[in-house]
Ligand binder design. Structure first.
Ligand code: ADP
Length: 414
């Protein structure tokens, strides 16, 4: 089945067309037929498109909204300009659409068919995800307009995997009525990524779901850690919003909440402005004063000896290390730790800094294997180490496509 995977952001639309079915899932032979991204929707959009494994071509077009962007993508996929003379897919071959939806609240614990009621529920959750759910809904409306009611759409939620986190780990120690009245609790995000990494780890190692005791580290621009016990998420570092937890590109991660009022008073800012500062001007960018980009920071620290670039990297790695320690305590041990995301997959240096000084916990890496692990699935713990170390590149789109196939065909979700 050809499945169009959509991830609609505020002014962007990422897509992939993936062919999958039962046999493909069993044999990991799903095919990525095309992928791309439309940016700056609302004006002269910049569109990057690639068929199969071909290099991306970039073009521009005036696209006023998400509906226009989805139409454009579908037209490209189904016209002869997309493939080598023949279209990548016929319109009738796009049999289902899978959407990345950021917030599913407590309502959605698994991927689900989009019905009028589901759409309404996602709309109700806008209060909790004002920056994401409205755009995700636009993606759903645009796909419906372009493909009609006959093509089923499936919602795959970033929060769903974390709904198994027990109360003691998802509640905040604030007056309980804020949870009851407003849903103030840890939801966690990146759930599709953590779930994929966990699934892939089980597949690579032949581990049964019930025996999985794993820490997954999604380290990209946004970053989060997840403790996975018996296949379920039992804790994660992002919280009520994606601001909590690890140090990120521009987000502070954990801090003393009293700092908000203190900064607001000192700087004459509103709490809303401070919140924005913690989301957009903090993290690696805030500490270094240079950039949110880890690769640039590592280069600055190495080539120019920039002290604050080095410090930003150290803060980042130290925070990851602390989460590893706390999740080992939460799960009474760990079998494996898996790194993913742009930083986790590509930076041996960051992985080395994270793992350094954890040998007491049975964590030690093979330096040569770590150095060689860039963007590929590799196990890199030292001989005799108690804890397995893995790089497992994440693939959220693949999981969205597979979930979509499962929901549409009634197969069991895994
Ligand atoms: P997003 O969360 O936006 O999807 P990514 O997962 O693509 O982000 O991660 C982006 C981050 O990965 C950036 O900080 C980038 O510098 C970093 N990164 C990519 N390649 C490397 C590399 N080779 N070494 C270190 N960091 C890298």
């Amino acid at each position: 089945m050809n499945i169009l995977v959509l991830n609609a952001g505020s002014s962007s639309l990422k897509f992939q067309l993936i062919a999958t079915d039962e046999a493909a899932i069993a044999g990991a032979s799903d095919r990525r037929l095309a992928k791309g991204i439309v940016e700056r929707i609302g004006g002269e959009a910049v569109i990057s498109l690639s068929a199969g494994s071909a290099r991306a071509e970039t073009r521009t077009a005036g696209l006023r909204d998400h509906a226009a962007a989805v139409s454009y993508v579908i037209h490209w996929l189904t016209s002869s300009e997309s493939g080598d003379g023949a279209p990548i897919a016929r319109l009738a071959d796009i049999e289902a659409v899978g959407h990345r939806i950021v917030h599913g609240g407590e309502k959605f614990t698994r991927s689900t068919l989009v019905t009028d009621d589901v759409r309404l529920q996602i709309e109700r959750l806008i209060e909790l995800a004002p920056l994401h759910n409205p755009h995700n809904l636009r993606g759903i409306a645009a796909a419906k307009a372009a493909l009609g009611d006959g093509v089923p759409q499936v919602a795959v939620f970033d929060t769903a995997f974390h709904q198994s986190i027990p109360e003691r780990a998802h509640l905040y120690a604030v007056p309980y009525q804020f949870y009851r009245r407003y849903g103030v609790r840890r939801y966690g995000f990146h759930g599709t990524s953590h779930r994929y990494i966990s699934y892939r780890y089980r597949q690579l190692t032949g581990t049964a779901r019930a025996d999985t005791r794993l820490i997954t580290l999604h380290l990209g621009n946004g970053a989060s850690a997840c403790a996975i016990s018996a296949g379920d998420s039992v804790d994660t570092s992002m919280g009520f919003t994606p601001l909590e937890g690890l140090v990120m590109g521009t987000r502070s991660g954990d801090l003393d909440p009293a700092i908000l009022d203190f900064i607001a008073t000192k700087e004459g800012m509103t709490l809303h402005e401070v919140d924005s500062l913690l989301n957009k001007q903090s993290g690696l960018l805030g500490v270094s004063g240079l950039t949110a980009d880890m690769r640039e920071l590592l280069a600055e620290a190495k080539e120019n000896g920039d002290r604050r670039a080095r410090l930003a990297v150290e803060l980042f790695c130290y925070r990851v290390k602390k989460y590893i320690g706390s999740y080992i305590a939460a799960m009474n041990g760990v079998t494996a730790i898996a790194f993913a995301g742009g930083i986790g997959e590509n930076s041996p240096e960051v992985r080395a800094m994270v793992c350094e000084g954890l040998d007491w916990l049975g964590i030690s890496m093979d330096v040569a294997k770590n150095d060689a692990a860039v963007g590929t699935e590799v196990r890199f713990d030292a001989d005799g180490a108690r804890v397995q170390l893995w790089v497992i590149p994440t693939d959220e789109e693949l999981l969205i496509a597979r979930d979509t196939w499962r929901v549409v065909t009634g197969a069991e979700l895994q």
